[in-house]
Design a protein around this ligand. Structure first.
Ligand code: FAD
Ligand code: UDP
Length: 396
């Protein structure tokens, strides 16, 4: 008899498995239909011995000290600041658009102050910013929008930016300085020995049993469990009662080249001519030294494994109906990117899972994160005197 059956061994499922076992002494069975743990963050050494991300580039970044400290229990880190170039008009230019992007693209020599005025002249006034088109056009105007965003977005989502929520392109800022980092979060680092190693440590507990190559529907009726944590697609759980929720898929084309370096940046985006959206060269991300190099192309697809929920009003309407069913489902918790239909990054999923664990044990996220079965009593006393502290994390 298990206390919990956890469906999916990605961030959502694995964080909850760790917390329930380590924090509450629960017996957990975690299953995944894939042949490995770590969900979309899965990485492994390919035949040439190069560490690659099977499901595309995963770069860890967060502003949450709690999340970073929590994950630091299971991994050391390698400091890493992500940088991306976009291939536009035959040039490779920094994206997010910054001062250097504009100067290189137009052969100018503007200062940060002048580029601000430059953007102001190009920007189209927009009273209410509703769509992903509005976000960009209202900041940098139509020409830059068309060069960097319109076609990339159409390719990636199969929709025009005007059909997508503002939140999608709002992920990519516009800068007037020369900061060419993709993210500005306070914690930016890669697990020193890879994501899969980090997940192995997270799940290494006598109360956690793992079943791979296993769709929960094959076992749910045959094993005993009290509650379920479900991290798969929410529409599938309810047998598509309200129709299919659209998820965007990708095809990954992995290659290894007999050369030390393939491209001049960790990721190069191809907004316009190509069928793929970007090429990632993994050695930049992992810091691995090797005489060969491995890359991956991402080709967006309508069908296939669900990778991205598609943020737009129509889909939010369908999701709301499924969420109402989920809220009424007895003893099932819906957590994660697919089960809550949220375009969340890894750190947001960790935070969501820790919050859910907090709800289960009746604690705030911060407290739930540091709870262990053995410190239960000390912890309860500390809680009343408000003296809880969190472990320190370090970047190596
Ligand atoms: P998943 O990792 O999808 O895990 C869900 C698991 O459930 C899967 O392993 C699946 O096989 C399993 N499952 C589903 N149905 C069943 C079933 N019926 N039975 C058994 N198992 C089932 N985030 C970042 O922070 N930084 C990045 O750079 C970044 N890059 C990304 C790049 C790509 C191409 C993609 C697709 C995502 C990226 N993300 C990134 C987002 C990140 O992958 C997610 O936030 C995170 O992995 C979500 O974790 P999860 O546990 O919710 O879902
Ligand atoms: N985007 C774009 N051009 C770019 C980079 C991003 O149009 O060069 C848009 C596109 O719609 C993309 C979204 O911004 O899906 C978010 O980009 P991000 O790099 O965050 O996507 P992810 O890494 O999640 O695939």
């Amino acid at each position: 008899m298990f206390d919990y059956l956890i469906v999916g061994a990605g961030f959502a499922g694995s964080v909850l498995a760790e917390r329930l076992a380590n924090g509450s002494g629960k017996k957990v069975l975690i299953c995944d239909k894939r042949p490995h743990i770590a969900g979309n963050a899965f990485d492994y050494y390919n035949d040439d011995g190069i560490l690659i991300h099977k499901y595309g580039p995963h770069i860890f970044h967060t502003n949450s000290a709690d999340v970073f400290e929590y994950l630091s229990r299971f991994t050391e880190w390698r400091e890493y600041q992500h940088r991306v170039l976009a291939s536009v008009d035959g040039m490779q230019l920094p994206i997010p658009i910054n001062l250097d992007t504009i100067n290189k693209l137009y052969g100018l020599n503007l200062t940060a102050f002048e580029v601000e005025e430059f953007f102001e002249k190009l920007a189209e006034k927009c009273d209410v910013i509703r769509t992903s088109e509005d976000v960009v056009v209202s900041k940098v105007g139509r020409e830059l929008y068309e060069k960097f965003f319109r076609n990339y977005t159409r390719k990636q989502w199969g929709l025009d930016p005007s059909e997508l929520d503002a939140s999608v392109t709002a992920r990519v800022p516009t800068r007037t300085n020369r900061d060419d980092r993709y993210f500005t979060d306070s914690y930016q680092a890669m697990p020193k020995h890879g994501y899969t190693r980090m997940f192995e440590k997270m799940l290494d507990h006598p109360n956690i049993k793992i079943m791979l190559n296993c769709d929960y529907r094959e076992i749910a009726s045959q094993i005993g469990y009290r509650e379920m944590i479900y991290t798969g697609p929410i529409d599938q759980f309810f047998d598509y009662r309200y129709g299919k929720l659209p998820y965007r898929s990708l095809e990954f084309k992995h290659e290894t080249h007999d050369t030390e370096t393939f491209q001049s940046a960790p990721v190069i985006n191809y907004p316009n001519e190509q069928a793929f959206t970007r090429i990632t060269e993994f050695k930049y991300l992992t810091g691995q030294e090797h005489r060969k190099t491995s890359i991956v192309y991402e080709f967006p697809q309508a069908t296939g494994d669900p990778y991205y929920p598609i943020p737009r009003k129509e889909n939010a309407g369908i999701y709301a109906k499924y969420k109402a069913l989920a809220d009424n489902a007895q003893n099932v918790h819906f957590v994660g990117r697919l089960a809550t239909y949220k375009y969340y990054n890894m750190d947001q999923i960790v935070a969501q899972a820790l919050t859910e664990y907090g709800k289960i044990v009746g604690m705030k996220r911060k407290e739930a994160t540091i709870k262990t079965k053995s410190n239960e009593k000390v912890f309860a006393a500390a809680q009343t005197s408000n003296g809880a502290s969190s472990p320190a994390a370090s970047i190596n």
